[in-house]
Design a protein around this ligand. Sequence first.
Ligand SMILES: [Mg+2]
Length: 446
Amino acid sequence: MLEYIQTKEEREAFIDKYDNFLFDCDGVLWEGTNMFTGVPEAMNLLREKGKRVFFVTNNSTKSRSSFLKKFEGFGIKAELSEVFSSAFATAAYLKHVLNFPEDKKVYIVGMDGIKHELEAEGIRSCGGEEDSGITDNDPVPDDKEVGAVVIGLDTKVNYKKYSKAFAYLTRNPGCYFIVTNEDTTFPQHGDFYPGAGAIAAPIIAALGRRPDAVLGKPAQNMLEAIRAESHIDLKKTCMIGDRLDTDIEFGINGGVDTLCVLTGITTKEVLLSPENKVKSTYYIDAFEIEEKQPDMLHSTNVIYISNDIKMVPLWKQKAGVDEQPVVWDYHVILFVQKDKEALVYDYDSVLSFPCTVEEYINETFKPAYKLRSEFDRYFRVVPAETYLSLFSSDRSHMIKSDGSYHAPPPNYPAIQSCDEVMNLDQFISMRKNNKYGIVCKQFYKI
Ligand SMILES: [Mg+2]
């Protein structure tokens, strides 16, 4: 149990062991609109090796065909028959398990993904996005045609939707209460936001009872659908996900091996803690394993950008608006020089990642743009080895006087070196006499 996959050989042995791979999507393949590095290449590798791939997502905001478009947009090859979502599972459950009557319709608290999947099964619906933006608190009229209420992730949820859902569930005898999935949180924008479970919680509280069915992982509906349609051998199948209480439990309950990927909800600390009872068969830091390249250390520098007034204007930053620069107190980038090529890795830039140094200078610093001299940018160039062994930040600079954070801290531990807990100020400082690297006025001579 809990084997750590780290090397290329371990990854190959893992792939060779299984014929079928079930992938969660959010937090595994992508986060919002950002796909994780190496995912299409890894998917191609699995296809080349003749492996079967299925996508099993609790995200009900999109229909299966919308997911397919998202896969295509990311350059991932997929077929509709390989995509299973909680919205699809919900529609299939209503149609095939409940034999939902044709004269009834479904009230939706959720996005269009649910509506489209219900339509595909010939089930009528109302509510959903049609009721977004309604702010009145008028009485809810009776609607005896509503025979089920389905709740999923709804980023436009409001009191009217809750009032209608509650009214139909309490007034209409036999009205089914169905929740697409109960993920309490949802990863997006580099952070966590309320998930479908949090959207459904007020109705569960108001009714004082659990839903009649929850279709997403860890419930087994999607695994049963995959088995029924594709006849996979569970012993040769592995479920890959980022969330313990949905993905990994789903695999364990279904009798398949599991791989927890640490790019989403679950941290290594939580996974390995003695309190965690949901242990995956394997875990891996990221979907793609980068080969370690020790030689790269000698050609890599960490560059801090700042100045005396701690105001450095930089263009093409993700936080920027239109063509305006963002003024940072300091900024950090990675600079790699290999043979004749020099590349810049800037996580906050809208330029490519990495970016050629020529493009980076022209687009980020705007050399032709006249800045007042106090805004001149200085550069502390720190060799990667020095940075890795000496840099420390306990994040105390991010904490307000009341003890809370200015902004949520990243979901990895603070960086500590052997003998210091906080030396960030010395890396930001553009004074010349300190032990961390050298300070330059010129970024790079082309
Ligand atoms: Mg996930």
